[in-house]
Design a protein around this ligand. Structure first.
Ligand code: SAH
Length: 395
């Protein structure tokens, strides 16, 4: 195994159990490890700090598998980690509230770069790093053994793989190919999930708990579901007795699936409730037309991809939140989110507060929201908290 030595005073984050080592922290690599190969990380005075996966193409040069003095990682290690992750979700599986949930959440589960989501009888995976790619076969075998399924499908068609020097990859990894649409059940609502073409692995599982909070407040109200994707929040609201839901999304296929999902849960599908368009423009039109709602959901895509675009992203978040607040009736609720990891909860809070000031509305935070509990964050890995939200009430 190759030894890799850090510069003096650059071992702090590793001793704090942060799993990333950036290229600038590395003094010496004792050899030429291949992409994904396991390396042993040493402090400048030679003390072993852990083992990790080497990624020569990435600025994040090593992602640590373990913070101890072990000398190797093998199939048994991978199976143990997968087993711990799957075991931690047993409570979700057993409760019967949902048959779709995340089994493995990358760094938080001690498996950087590995995502595995369960959709009914299928598992859909993403391998986003060189180390994850190296151990793909072992991960899939462990998943099949520990969370039996009809098939494992790969959706490693994500941009981040480029930074690791990896091409996109999709297809069947084991067992049967999944059908074009898989039906899942979440808290009594049924959804079709397109695991081949849909976003992420097909569905925003990370919003499950937040769909429950929205449901709690939906009763009898008129709901605006902006950035609706396949309808999630709106359908949850309808199932809890919302009077109506208007979905807005740019994507025609997402809205088609939102319609199919509505049909799956209610008898009545009103085509006018599905608006294809840019939320920034549609919300302005609604405002100009004097429309108002009792509950507005704003769940936009990542606006900030890099630090340089954070301020522009903040302006985008402020704009939609300002519009969303203006569309609310007195006493109405805003469920607003940011899934940009670069946007801290503090900055997001400030942006929504700025929007409230400009909207001349008094706003209280009913609840701070975050990703669902099958998407845990490593305590020493704050980057793992990417989804944050606020459930607000306006006076
Ligand atoms: N709330 C959804 C997930 C939203 S993902 C759920 O819980 O399932 C973000 C969605 O925003 C995607 O469907 C994407 O098509 C849409 N989108 C991105 N930019 C948009 C824009 N400017 N206007 C409208 N929709 C947009």
């Amino acid at each position: 195994m190759t030894d890799l030595t850090l510069h003096p005073h650059r071992d702090f984050s590793v001793t704090r159990r942060h799993p990333w080592i950036f290229s600038g922290a590395i003094a010496e690599v004792g050899g030429a490890p291949a992409a994904g190969e396991t390396v042993r990380v040493l402090s400048s005075d030679g003390a072993p700090l852990g083992v990790g996966a080497f990624s020569p193409a990435s600025q994040i040069r090593v992602r640590l598998w373990a913070f101890d003095d072990r000398r190797e990682v093998d199939a048994a290690f991978v199976a143990e980690r997968v087993g711990q992750a799957v075991g931690a979700r047993a409570v979700l599986a057993a409760g019967g509230a949902t048959d779709a949930y995340r089994l493995v959440n990358a760094e938080a589960d001690g498996l950087p770069g590995v995502i595995a989501d369960r959709y009914g009888e299928w598992i859909v995976c993403q391998f986003t790093t060189a180390g994850a790619e190296r151990w793909k076969r072992e991960v899939v075998e462990a998943l099949q053994a520990l969370s039996p399924c009809r098939g494992v499908y790969e959706r490693s068609d994500v941009d981040v793989r480029e930074r690791e020097g990896l091409p996109p990859a999709t297809g069947v990894l084991a067992g049967e190919a999944p059908p074009e649409r898989i039906q899942i059940t979440e808290h009594g609502c049924r959804y079709w999930v397109d695991v081949r073409e849909g976003h992420k692995t097909g569905f925003y599982l990370d919003q499950r708990d937040n769909r429950e909070f929205v449901r709690r407040y939906a009763n009898g109200g008129e709901v605006l579901n902006a950035f609706s994707y396949t309808g999630g929040f709106g359908i949850a609201a309808l199932s809890a007795g919302a009077a109506s839901v208007t979905h807005v999304d740019l994507s025609g296929p997402a809205l088609e699936l939102a319609k199919a999902n509505t049909a799956l849960n209610t008898c009545h599908v009103d085509d006018s409730a599905f608006v294809q368009g840019n939320v920034f423009e549609v919300l302005r039109k609604f405002r100009d037309a004097g429309r108002s709602f009792d509950l507005v959901v704003l769940d936009p895509p990542k606006f900030a991809e890099a630090k340089g675009s954070l301020m522009k992203a903040a302006r985008g978040y402020k704009d939609i939140n300002l519009l969303g607040l203006k569309l609310l009736r007195p006493g109405g609720l805003l469920a607003t989110f940011s899934c940009s990891g670069l946007m801290t909860p503090e900055l997001f809070h400030k942006v929504v507060a700025d929007a409230a000031v400009d909207a001349h509305r008094d706003v209280q935070v009913v609840r701070r929201l975050q990703q669902a509990d099958d998407h845990p964050e490593g305590l020493c890995f704050p980057e793992g908290l990417y989804l944050k939200g606020l459930l607000c009430r306006v006076r």
